[in-house]
Design a protein. Structure first.
Length: 338
């Protein structure tokens, strides 16, 4: 997971770490809430192919209510723990085939201001550290001189006591390659005064970050996620369900019975809601049909009345014509007799 404000170079750094082009959409400052965008890739590292799941926090820190930014991320992390817990609680578990979506590492991007952590950083780091392995990185460290960067690192480490005073990595990312004077192509950022090499330890901590994240500490982070962070969440959830860790037998049966009752109650509630909605729609449709039927009846009566009127009018005209014909015939007969 990558957490940081818009424009911190999150996507560029990940592309540099894995030497691949990502298809994340560019972020902007107009998002009303944090959007978590997840992508899965197959990558090869050290000759081993692994599935990489990346989660980007688009719009982080761009809202007026900064607290909501951290809340969305925390809810996502806990949702992944909950998925795994629900699989564990099943009678027939399929953990070997379960798609484990728990996050094992979070790169937290710190703005290179030189003034330490902001209030948003402190709140977010404190909450994230309880749920994921957080790796603080100072983004775009090439914008800060070396002495200021050293002081900034120690200031962040001293402030961030929630994470065992971890010293952040000062990193630079780039998608461009530059040819050096000796003809060697290197990944770097080019400036009028020279270049900043991404993989040069004299310039930034990119190599150290890559070693720690992808090689040295991979197993340790996975184990800590499962044995420490997830276990803390699991213990709290079991306590909420009035069930102790390791309970079996009647206690386990009681818990499953309770969960089954909750499920049945929820199912009954949803069924009742669906029935009520259907009944309302049915009544509305019946009312509409009655209105249409009444309108048709009114129209039918109007047509019948109009037809009856026309019939009476025609009968009257026929009667008048018949009388006129009789009168003319009688008049003609009188003339013939004379």
């Amino acid at each position: 997971m990558c957490v940081g404000e818009t424009g911190m170079g999150k996507t560029t750094l990940i592309e540099s770490l894995f030497n691949m082009k990502l298809d994340f959409e560019p972020c902007n400052h107009e998002l009303k809430t944090v959007e978590l965008r997840t992508k899965t890739y197959d990558v090869a590292e050290g000759g081993i192919r692994v599935k990489l799941r990346l989660v980007e926090t688009a719009g982080f820190g761009d809202q007026l209510d900064k607290d909501k930014s951290a809340r969305v991320i925390v809810e996502y992390l806990e949702a992944q723990f909950e998925r795994y817990l629900q699989e564990e609680l099943k009678v027939r578990r399929m953990l070997n085939y379960f798609d484990d979506s728990r996050i094992h590492a979070c790169l937290y991007f710190i703005s290179p201001t030189g003034h330490g952590l902001k209030a948003l950083d402190l709140v977010t780091l404190r909450e994230l550290a309880k749920r994921v392995n957080v790796i603080p990185v100072i983004a775009k460290s090439d914008t800060t001189c070396k002495d200021e960067l050293v002081r900034f690192k120690h200031k962040v480490a001293h402030t961030n006591v929630e994470m065992n005073s971890a010293v952040p990595f000062a990193v630079v990312g780039s998608g461009d390659f530059v040819k050096k004077d000796n003809g060697v192509m290197v990944r770097a950022r080019k400036y009028p005064w020279g270049i900043v090499e991404v993989e040069n330890e004299q310039h930034c901590d990119f190599v150290k970050l890559r070693e720690a994240l992808l090689r040295t500490n991979v197993d340790e982070m996975r184990e800590r996620t499962h044995n420490v962070l997830y276990e803390n969440y699991r213990r709290e959830r079991l306590r909420d369900m009035r069930m102790g860790d390791g309970d079996t037998g009647p206690k386990m049966f009681e818990t499953f019975t309770l969960k089954q009752k909750e499920y049945n109650d929820e199912f009954a509630r949803q069924e009742t809601t669906i029935r009520e909605d259907f009944q309302k729609k049915l009544e509305a449709k019946e009312a509409e049909m009655r209105q249409r039927e009444e309108a048709l009846n009114v129209r039918s009566r109007e047509v019948e009345d109009q037809a009856s009127y026309e019939l009476h009018r025609l009968e009257s005209e026929i009667r008048m014509l018949t009388e006129e014909r009789t009168r003319l015939q009688a008049k003609a007969s009188k003339k013939l007799r004379k």
